[in-house]
Design a protein around this ligand. Structure first.
Ligand SMILES: [Zn+2]
Length: 101
């Protein structure tokens, strides 16, 4: 189970595209910072203050298993994955809290 980001209004207000979106909370495996990922468009948003910025987060066809998106906080590459359900409260205490409201 993943944590869904359901505040589409808030997400849209900060610049993301929400049409037909299916947002999940993602987490950097290295530093623990969060992101939101749209499973429909395969876009990942790593900056909670500016959702105009996004990157395609899809597996590279030439190197399977590689996801070339850098973490804004730690600079890690290939480090984002679904955040576990237990992280719900941590997300509420993070700059991403607005996506759950
Ligand atoms: Zn990181």
């Amino acid at each position: 189970m993943t944590i869904k980001a359901k505040n589409y209004k808030g997400i849209e207000t900060r610049g993301a595209l929400t049409e037909n979106a299916d947002f999940e909370i993602y987490k950097c495996k290295i530093c623990g910072s969060y992101a939101i990922y749209d499973a429909e468009t395969l876009l990942i948003y790593t900056n909670p203050n500016d959702l105009h910025k996004h990157s395609l987060y899809a597996e590279s066809t030439s190197s399977p298993g590689e996801f070339k998106v850098d973490c804004l906080i730690c600079g890690g590459t290939n480090s984002f994955d679904e955040a576990p359900n237990e992280d719900y409260k941590k997300v509420l205490n993070s700059p991403w809290s607005f996506v759950l409201e």
